[in-house]
Write a protein that binds this ligand. Structure first.
Ligand code: G4P
Length: 526
């Protein structure tokens, strides 16, 4: 197969949802279709159950599982599919944000009874920022749920995207008769069994067909009325608008009963984009370019403290990645060679000789990589789109064992490279502040510092609202601001100036007073 065909047949995407909407179940069913796994229950959920939110030992256990499920690759009808896993727990939202920089599209799973939930909204914000094409799967229609029209309205309103239903449920819960596929005019009947092979659907181009009436009973008229409404409200489905992230096609189904999943998969393959160009600070990189480029979007530390190596997950953006070949690490300004790059097929990993745009390779790392690092064949480019987001919680981190200062520094450094949390160094006194998305990370950091680096840390509370990266449109004003806010200024891991605002009020005052400065809650804003 030639290089361009290899690119065209790839689909790299993530499934996102609020915890419990059915992401793990759907992932598993997709893998079953791809023949990547053979029994249900094979995908271990890497979510942290609600009952265990404060149990970070559970997180450690899950961390072991999640290497295997970080990327799940499989083949289906000649298409190479790469599903990138995202942690379900909201305290790890930052991991999910970064993973979303490596995908070309997403499937959003929504619970039909609960509708749009908080985490879905947050993640969709990132998709909108990046113009990522989105397909919506409304799950659990085997249970009583909200009215489908209400669900669509809710999605449009809360996720701020136009929708277009491509399938429509006939009944719901106990009265679920099936789903009518608007795209291919077929009726799929719900049998209530978990089947890997979907039952043969029936084609009804004309819904006034007496056979349709006979099969569906009074639901026939209801469906006809609904479809008429849909046609009136939602214009024809336009694949280009979906690719431009302006419209989200919607499917209904039940992941648990494997209902509607195959249609979702087949439509996904048909409409979802193959690897797309990536933006760097210097220029746009096209997947078809001959020379290899890629970036690190995730780093996973080994669980075994005796083998402190890590796996850096690299997204191939252009060209072909080859084993045992020298590549240029832009940030280190050094050539590196990889003898055992790993590919992820289903839940197995294996050494690969080559990888194509859209693929993810795992590189064993002894501390050379940070999130966002670039590999090329020599060109100095820097991939965009891996911004730091302002943490929600802040604490000072202090050394609690004077004999282990070095270990602590190293531990903090490496954990930050992995993206566990963010570190800010106060300009005034060099004190270190850790910022996280959720409270769990503080426990994780303390635990891992002790167990992996033999270092003891102590936290000190600090009252802080947000970390702001500043775009100084007026240099004089910027210098003045830094002087006045000296106590609140810090450097992030990359040495950029960050303003740590103490309260929403203080930030608002700064915004009003310093008109020549723009304040952002992410480090990338152009
Ligand atoms: P998540 O990864 O998004 O967090 O959700 P997950 O797939 O783990 O699903 C959450 C719960 O919802 C699971 O039940 C799962 O069986 C159930 N579920 C998923 N899809 C459907 C569906 O289409 N219909 C129905 N009725 N239920 C569905 P659980 O009892 O919490 O977990 P488990 O003990 O069954 O694993």
């Amino acid at each position: 197969m030639d290089f361009n065909e290899e690119i065209k047949r790839r689909r790299t995407f993530a499934i996102i949802s609020h915890p419990d909407a059915g992401k793990t179940t759907l992932t598993e069913k997709l893998l079953l279709f791809g023949g990547a796994i053979h029994v249900a229950g094979a995908v271990k959920s890497n979510k942290i159950k609600k009952t265990a939110t404060s149990d970070f030992m559970e997180i450690e256990r899950q961390r072991g599982i999640s290497v295997a499920t970080s990327v799940m690759g499989f083949e289906y009808n000649g298409v190479k599919i790469n599903i990138l896993d995202t942690p379900g727990h909201q305290d790890f939202a930052e991991d999910t944000f970064r993973t979303l920089t490596a995908v070309d599209s997403v499937i959003v799973v929504i619970d039909a009874a609960k509708g749009v939930e908080a985490q879905t909204e947050k993640l969709m914000k990132v998709c909108r920022m990046r113009n990522t094409p989105v397909i919506v799967f409304i799950n659990k229609i085997d249970r009583e749920g909200k009215d489908p029209f209400d669900l669509l309205d809710e999605i449009e309103r809360q996720l701020q995207i136009h929708v277009h239903p491509l399938s429509w449920p006939v009944g719901m819960g106990q009265r679920l008769q099936g789903v009518y596929n608007i795209f291919d005019h077929k009726m799929y009947y719900f049998s209530g069994n978990d089947k890997t092979k979907a039952e043969e659907p029936q084609e009804f181009k004309d819904l006034n067909d007496p056979e349709f009436e006979r099969k569906m009973g009074r639901n026939a008229q209801i469906l006809r009325d609904n479809l008429e409404l849909i046609e009136g409200v939602y214009p024809d489905f336009d694949q280009n608008l979906y690719r431009e992230a302006k419209i989200a096609p919607v499917f209904f189904g039940s992941a648990l009963y494997n209902f509607g999943v195959q249609e979702l998969l087949e439509s996904f393959i048909r409409i979802a984009p193959s690897p797309q160009p990536s933006q760097t600070i210097e220029r746009e990189v096209k997947p078809e370019e001959e020379k290899f480029t890629g970036f690190v979007f995730k780093i996973h530390a080994n669980m075994d403290p005796n083998h402190r190596d890590r796996i850096a997950f690299v997204k191939v953006c252009s060209g072909k990645f080859l084993r045992n070949t020298n590549y240029y690490h832009v940030q280190l300004d050094r050539q590196l060679k990889f003898s055992s790059p790993t590919a992820f097929m289903a839940q197995k990993t294996s050494v690969v000789e080559e990888a194509y745009p859209g693929d993810i390779v795992g590189l064993h790392d002894t501390g050379n990589f940070k999130i966002g690092d670039t590999l090329t064949e020599g060109e100095k480019i820097h991939f965009k789109g891996l911004p730091s987001f302002s943490p929600e919680l802040f604490r000072y981190i202090e050394n609690d064992d004077p004999m282990k200062a070095k270990q602590l520094a190293k531990g903090i450094d490496q954990l930050m490279d992995e993206g566990v949390a963010q570190l800010f160094t106060m300009t005034m006194n060099g004190r270190k502040v850790i910022g996280t998305v959720g409270a769990l990370q503080f426990e994780v950091i303390e635990y891992r510092l002790l167990h992996e680096y033999n270092a003891k840390c102590r936290y000190e509370n600090i009252s802080m609202y947000k970390a702001c990266w500043v775009k100084p449109n007026d240099q004089m004003e910027w210098e003045d601001f830094k002087r006045r806010k000296f106590k609140a200024m810090a450097k992030d891991k990359w040495g950029r100036d960050v303003y740590l605002a103490e309260s929403a009020y203080e930030l608002q005052m700064s915004q009003e007073k310093f008109k020549g400065l723009e304040f952002y809650f992410t480090s990338e804003f152009e």
